[in-house]
Unconditional design. Structure first.
Length: 387
């Protein structure tokens, strides 16, 4: 085995991809805003959501996020592919990172906060159910679902919404991490051709749903490995500002054509692109190209990396705690109607609470516990994680 290699410092990663840190934070906030509708469902069922939908705070300014915020998860998966391929692929294929090291980094990064939020939601749901004879939002909170959540595999089957529901997307991603390691360790992801074949394989699997019953699993594989392919292309061909601008322009034109052509060629278009989320995939690439290009400008390159790291650090914590906070609000104030949640003051206070608590949790729980676990359990080739 080659001499163990330590990953480049986090600052080096941010130097190369400054734009991904604020984008990840924006995506997390987008999901949180998309889930703001949870506040209304104890009073209005999903089928009648139009009663409150357009009345939500700052709807005119945030209507796109209120209606399309769920697709931020797809962009998250794509970015994970970028990061994992950039940081891990070469080192895994050269046996400089063992499977144990890889698992430890994933476990120490993801599991502690997941476990804590799972237990908090368990207690809060018991209190909520005692008062209301039903659970808050996610109803499948039995013993089986608890142990599935405890093992972080709640989304590997059909039923993904239970306990701290938003964690379903992380659960799916864990399965992708394992497959990624196996493919990278085999050396199959080394070349552009093999990576393209991998993406084509997952495209076929997703198009005809050939493996998993849960389409979200295939969707995660699909976006993750296209993220891997993207970074391979980006680092080889998109090294200049002019090339990046050209690609952004072409992507923009492609989106315009996609949104208009289906009206002309609906049957053919639907037959070819069905289940492939082409619009979301191209939109994802466009957004990421924009952020990478904008944050390559000198004004951002000269800014200290700690500003960008601040946003990236709290992405996971804000994502995991927003549902427990919503549930806690209902348990504590026990509202008689949903009028409070239509006010801008409550909306602003809620977002601020999520962000501040997210930062505190990262600084005083996530990071110290992560470092402790890696220090005590890590083998000699321990690497520093960046995501």
């Amino acid at each position: 085995m080659s001499k163990p290699e330590v990953l480049a410092p986090k600052s080096k990663y941010i130097d190369d991809f400054k734009g991904l840190e604020p984008l990840r934070f924006i995506l997390s906030i987008s999901v949180i805003i998309w889930h703001y509708q949870h506040f209304f469902y104890p009073f209005v069922n999903y089928e009648n959501r139009l009663f409150f939908f357009a009345k939500q705070p700052f709807f005119n300014e945030l209507s796109f996020i209120y209606s399309q915020g769920l697709y931020a998860v797809h962009v998250f998966w794509f970015i994970s592919g970028i990061i994992f391929y950039r940081i891990y692929e070469k080192r895994i294929s050269q046996s400089k990172i063992s499977f144990k090291s890889f698992l430890l980094n994933r476990f120490s990064r993801l599991y502690p906060l997941h476990l804590v939020t799972l237990l908090i939601v368990l207690i809060l749901q018991i209190l909520y159910h005692h008062r209301n004879q039903s659970y808050f939002i996610y109803q499948n909170n039995g013993v089986r679902e608890f142990f599935e959540n405890l093992l972080f595999v709640q989304s590997w089957g059909i039923n993904k919404f239970s306990f701290n529901g938003p964690t379903w997307s992380v659960s799916v991603e864990i399965l992708v991490y394992l497959v990624f390691f196996l493919l990278a360790a085999s050396g199959f992801l080394n070349t552009f051709r093999s990576l393209l074949l991998t993406c084509c394989a997952f495209t076929i699997l997703k198009k005809w749903e050939l493996v998993f019953v849960n389409d979200d699993i295939l969707t995660c594989f699909y976006f993750f490995f296209y993220g891997c392919l993207f970074i391979k292309i980006y680092e080889k061909f998109l090294v200049t500002h002019a090339r990046r601008i050209l690609i952004i322009t072409l992507l923009g034109v492609s989106l315009l054509l996609i949104f208009h052509l289906p009206h002309i060629l609906v049957p053919t278009y639907s037959k070819i692109t069905g289940r492939l989320d082409i619009e979301i995939l191209i939109s994802t690439v466009t957004i990421i190209m924009l952020f990478l290009t904008i944050f390559k400008l000198n004004i951002f390159q000269n800014m200290p990396n700690r500003y960008f790291q601040f946003f990236g650090d709290i992405t996971y914590s804000t994502y995991l705690i927003h549902f427990p906070i919503q549930l806690a609000i209902y348990v504590v104030i026990n509202p008689e109607n949903y009028q409070l949640f239509l006010t801008k003051h409550f909306f602003i206070a809620y977002i601020i609470i999520v962000v501040i608590l997210g930062r505190l949790i990262f600084s005083f729980f996530e990071l110290p516990l992560q470092n402790m676990l890696r220090s005590k359990l890590s083998p000699p080739e321990r690497i520093r994680d960046i995501k």
